[in-house]
Design a protein around this ligand. Structure first.
Ligand SMILES: [Zn+2]
Length: 249
C-alpha cells in the first residue's frame, strides 16, 4: 500500500478494510464515532464533510432514497413525476433543509464598539426561520426575535439572521434551536445580556397527528440582564410587540 490516504484509512479500519467500505457516509460515521464527535440531527459536522465529500454523499443518499421509494411501492421508473425524486431529495437535504449541518458557520466579522460614542442600547432583530423537526422531518416555519444589549463587539445586522438560519437549517426541536441561536449569537458578539424568542408553526402538528391548524409554539431563552432585570426583559418584549405590529405577517 503506497497511497498515503489509504494507509491512514486502513489504520482506522484494519488492514485493507477501507477498500471494502463502499460508502463514504459509513466511513465518516465511523470516524466521528471513533473521535467522540456527536452527529445528531441538530449538530454541525462541517469539519468532517468537505465540498467534494458532499457530492459523493449526495450520490450515496440518492441511492438510499431510491430504495425508500421502491419500498413505498412507487414506480419511479414509469411515473415521470417520481423519476428524479430520489436525487432531488438527496440534494434538498444536503444543500437546503439540512445545510446548517454541513456548512461552516457564516462569517460574522465583528466591529469594535468601544469608542466614546459607543452604542449602549438594546438591539432587536427579527429573523425569519425555516427549520425542520428532527422527529418527523416536517417543516417548522416561524420567526426568531434576537435581542441584546450592545457589547464590546458589533456584527452586521444581516449576520444575526444568517446565524439564526444556519442554526435552523438542521433537524431541530424548537427548544434546542432557541438555545443554539442564543449560544452562537453570544459567541459572535461576546454579549452576555441577550434574549431569543421564537414563534413557529410545526408541520408535524398540522399535516399529521393532531392535524391542528395554526399550532403556534413559542419558546424563549433569556440570559444575563434579560433574565435578571425586569426592566430589560420588559423592553425586549415591548420591542417584539412593536415589531409584530409593524412587520407584515
Ligand atoms: Zn415533529
Amino acid at each position: 500500500m503506497t497511497d498515503k490516504k489509504e494507509t491512514a484509512l486502513d489504520a482506522m479500519y484494519g488492514d485493507g478494510g477501507y477498500q471494502e467500505e463502499k460508502y463514504l457516509g459509513n466511513f465518516l460515521r465511523f470516524k466521528m464515532k471513533r473521535e467522540g464527535k456527536r452527529f445528531w440531527a441538530g449538530d454541525n459536522i462541517s469539519e468532517y464533510v468537505s465540498e467534494q465529500d458532499k457530492e459523493r454523499l449526495i450520490d450515496e443518499a440518492t441511492e438510499a432514497f431510491e430504495l425508500v421509494l421502491d419500498r413505498l411501492l412507487i414506480d419511479r421508473e414509469n411515473d415521470p413525476n417520481s423519476h428524479g425524486t430520489a436525487r432531488r431529495l438527496a440534494k434538498m437535504y444536503f444543500n437546503e433543509i439540512m445545510a446548517g449541518r454541513y456548512d461552516p458557520a457564516p462569517d460574522a466579522t465583528a466591529f469594535p464598539n468601544d469608542s466614546q460614542d459607543r452604542y449602549e442600547g438594546m438591539l432587536v432583530v427579527r429573523s425569519e426561520l425555516r427549520s425542520m423537526c428532527s422527529h418527523h422531518h416536517q417543516p417548522v416555519v416561524g420567526v426568531a426575535y434576537i435581542g441584546l444589549l450592545a457589547a464590546e463587539k458589533l456584527i452586521g445586522l444581516s449576520k444575526y439572521t444568517r446565524i439564526a438560519q444556519w442554526c435552523a437549517r438542521r433537524g431541530t426541536l424548537q427548544e434546542e434551536l432557541c438555545n443554539d441561536i442564543a449560544r452562537e449569537i453570544e459567541k459572535a458578539t461576546g454579549a452576555k445580556d441577550l434574549g431569543v424568542y421564537i414563534q413557529a408553526v410545526h408541520g408535524c402538528c398540522e399535516n399529521r397527528g393532531i392535524m391542528a391548524h395554526s399550532s403556534l409554539t413559542q419558546t424563549t431563552v433569556l440570559k444575563g440582564s434579560f433574565k435578571d432585570d425586569a426592566g430589560t426583559k420588559k423592553e425586549f418584549f415591548d420591542n417584539i410587540k412593536m415589531q409584530q405590529e409593524f412587520a407584515p405577517r
